[in-house]
Write a protein that binds this ligand. Structure first.
Ligand SMILES: Cc1cc2nc3c(=O)[nH]c(=O)nc-3n(C[C@H](O)[C@H](O)[C@H](O)COP(=O)(O)O)c2cc1C
Length: 310
């Protein structure tokens, strides 16, 4: 989970509980500091970094290589022969995919493993089918490389179902967003716990107009159609803003201040801890469909236990 939501406290807690703690994208300097913190807090455990490709700069890659991270999860594209480069530096490289075509491309890039994402996942979506429906398609592609399942994983029973269907492991986002260690706004977490639906939209698409799953708020009620799609004005603004992603990932939290449910200007930034509650009605409240099944905030170690079949 990028944009500051999944930092060292969460990744280290997951790692110490026996999972693969994964740091979300941040500025290269923050990323380096976070990797070092995970190493201090979870000695001897693997550390993973998610590279959100539309915003990745070569400096992010240099940090992963110099810090010798154990695993990298590439999502939403590839460039510069990155998979081979990272593997050459000793990282285990996962690529997240949502279609068979993407799975074949990932294998051609040299991926060590795939993450098969289902459409019920929170955040940005490559997934086009329900996770367990897509899994056999993904499993057919990579030979004996591991395939992990993402989307709809909130309990040990979900993990067992994924494993029984052939997944080597599971990836969870929303379950870990709802932990004390996630750096999310408390009001954001509270709204997810109370949500009675999620929607697939492209509204929060300034610089990155890719489909994403959120819970509704005033912005989606004002600017999305019944099918969740952004209305013409914000959709056109998002499409025109696509070239802005060349700026790469930078700390753009202040931009959220400019957002309002009344203006069709919506960045992909998520509300991190400490933002004013008033911003929640104009920000992307990413969450997967498991939000409807998760009843409380827990510690990350409790979440890992909840996900682990006995
Ligand atoms: C708040 C949030 C932020 C996310 N940010 C990212 C991200 O930065 N990079 C990425 O590859 N996936 C991101 N995802 C998607 C996850 O990788 C994963 O596919 C998804 O959370 C799995 O579905 P689940 O939410 O049902 O567990 C995010 C998901 C959530 C809920």
């Amino acid at each position: 989970m990028g944009g500051g939501l999944a930092g060292a406290p969460l990744a280290a807690a997951v790692a110490n509980a026996g999972g693969l703690g994964t740091l979300g994208i941040a500025t290269p300097r923050q990323l380096r500091a976070s990797i070092e913190q995970v190493r201090e807090r979870a000695p001897g455990r693997a550390v993973a970094v998610n590279l959100l490709m539309p915003f990745v700069h070569r400096r992010h890659v240099a940090v992963c290589v110099e810090c010798r991270v154990d695993a990298v999860v590439l999502a939403f594209g590839e460039k510069w022969g990155l998979v081979e480069h990272l593997r050459g530096a000793g990282a285990f490289v996962f690529v997240m995919v949502g279609t068979e075509k993407q799975a074949r491309a990932a294998v051609a890039w040299g991926a060590d493993g795939l993450i098969a994402q289902g459409r019920q996942a929170g955040g940005h979506l490559v997934g086009t089918m329900a996770a367990l429906d897509f899994l056999p398609h993904a499993l057919a592609v990579p030979g004996n490389r591991p395939v992990f399942l993402a989307g709809g994983i909130a309990t040990a029973a979900d993990t067992s179902a994924a494993r029984d269907a052939g997944a080597s492991g599971v990836i969870a986002g929303t379950r870990f967003l709802l932990t004390h260690e996630a750096n999310a706004s408390r009001e954001y977490q509270r709204r997810i716990l109370q949500a009675d639906k999620t929607i697939e939209t492209d509204l929060f698409g300034l610089s990155w107009p890719l489909r994403h799953r959120v819970i509704p708020n005033a912005a989606t009620r004002r600017w999305c159609g019944n099918d969740g799609k952004a209305k013409a004005f914000p959709a056109a603004l998002n499409a025109a803003s696509r070239p802005l992603s060349v700026l790469g990932y930078f700390d753009a939290g202040a931009l959220m201040r400019l957002q309002s449910p009344a203006r069709p200007f919506f960045t992909p930034l998520a509300p991190v801890a400490g933002v004013p509650d008033a911003w929640l009605d104009s920000a992307a409240l990413y969450a997967g469909e498991t939000a409807l099944r998760i009843g409380e905030l827990t510690s990350a170690s409790e979440a890992v236990k909840t996900l682990t079949p006995r």
